[in-house]
Design a binder for this molecule. Sequence first.
Ligand SMILES: [Zn+2]
Length: 224
Amino acid sequence: MNWSKKIYPCITTGPKESWQNKIWECDRLGITSVSVFPTFLKITERKKLYKALEKSNIKYIPHVHIRDDFKKWEMDFFFKKYGTRCFNIHEHSFDDLNKYPEYKKYIYLEYNYNNYIPKMVSVSTIAGLCIDFSHMWAAKNRGAKEFDEIDKNVKEYKVGCNHLNGYSYRYRRDIHFVRNIKQLNYLKEIPKKYFGDIISLEMQNSIREQLQYKKYIIKVLSKK
Ligand SMILES: [Zn+2]
C-alpha cells in the first residue's frame, strides 16, 4: 500500500501553531496538497484563511473539517477550487446539513468518545465514516459506545477519511500536539479495516514536524 500518497499534512487552526505560519510553510516547502481543518475559526477568521489560501501555491485540498456554521458558498469554494471530495462533521451536526443537501454524498461522520450518540445521527444519509484513530482508541479503551457503533458501521458504510493524531494510553485520550513518536505507536494495533483513502494529520504541530511524523507513521503502517 502506498501510505505516502494517502497521508496528508494538515493546516489545523488550534492555538499552538498559527494557520498563517502553516500556509507559509507549505509554500516554502513546496507542498501543494494539504488538508484544511478550520475547526476553531469563526466566519471572520475563515474568510481570512480563504484569502490566504488563494494567495498561496496550494492546489489540492483533499479533506476539510467543516463546522456547524459553514455556509454553502464555503462548501463550493473547497469543492470547486480545490477539488475537495471529503468533508467531515461531528455527531451533533446532522441538522445543519440541510443547508447544502447536494454535498451530503461527500460528507463523513467523525465520532467522539463521550459515550453518547445523539438521536439525529444517521450515517445512511451521508457518505460514510471519518474515523479519528485516537478518538476510536479512546472509545475502545474506555468502553464507550462509539467504538461498538464504529465497529458495526464499518461493515456497512465506507470509511472515506481519517484523522490521525497522537494517543495517550495513560489518560486514554487524543493528543493533538504530538511531542514524541511513542504517542503514535497505538497505530500498530489498529486493524486495516478502519483506514480510508485519505488520512489527514490532525496535529497542531508545524507542517515541518508533521512531515517528520509522517515518515515515522509510514514506517509503522508499512509493517501491517
Ligand atoms: Zn478529529
